[in-house]
Design a protein around this ligand. Sequence first.
Ligand code: NAP
Length: 254
Amino acid sequence: MTNLTMFSLEGKTALVTGANTGLGQGICLAYAKAGANVIGVARRSCQETADKIAAFGGSFKEIIADLSDTSVIPKIAEEADKAFGRVDILVNNAGIIKRCDAADVTEEDWDAVININEKMVFFLCQTFAKKWLADQKGGKIINIASMLSYQGGIRVPAYTSSKSAIIGLTRGLANEWARHNINVNAIAPGYMETNNTQNLRSDEQRSEEILSRIPAGRWGTPEDIAGAAIFLASDAAAYVHGFTLAVDGGWLAR
Ligand code: NAP
């Protein structure tokens, strides 16, 4: 019989960025339900996430930090250590998208997207992996990629660049750290109902074009990410390294 305890996160601590809303909030809830202590990092209050987790008796603490600049990392690492002790799971979920014709993208907007979606992801991975390399007790990293890790997208060149980089970074870090029991993997969500896609969903024509191309026939929800996020954070994924798992209603199968 299959031992389902391999999927349990009981006794583990997970740190999730962008925890106040959307997919980050969904991942926090999933981890708390799977037994983990959860630390949410966000630039504003995670009260809604905290309340939802408290409703089923889960364990959650927040760290307020603006992830647009790497200078906040030492504070995050220090507060995370104080929250529940050792962090075992890091989810790099926070991200932004700026829609604009490629010809008009400013350097400021380009840097803003790359800094949070790519540079911050690497340096958070480095920060926690250094601890895990030092104590040799392993760890799990899950980076949030996108359909635009595979495709070009339209009017989102910085976002596409950053999310394409996430797949490469995930593979590269896995190559270095797999032998130390550090699993670095990614999840590529399809088109999900969150703030990130609010503009797309309110554009009737784009919304219809997208929906008609999703084999599952519906947009995804934060709950749809739960299974993949738990799997990649759990002992069940011990031999999974450098892989990006699409949770996309079949979008990439078209
Ligand atoms: P969302 O609701 O906009 O969530 C993005 C999260 O990132 C929010 O918590 C946001 O905080 C946080 N964030 C942005 N800038 C930040 C900063 N400077 N400092 C701290 N936190 C910051 O969108 P989402 O869909 O859940 O996005 C989560 C991840 O999934 C992103 O990496 C996104 O690219 C990726 N993704 C989403 C989809 C989709 O269809 N929704 C598809 C593929 C990939 P605020 O609420 O304060 O802005």
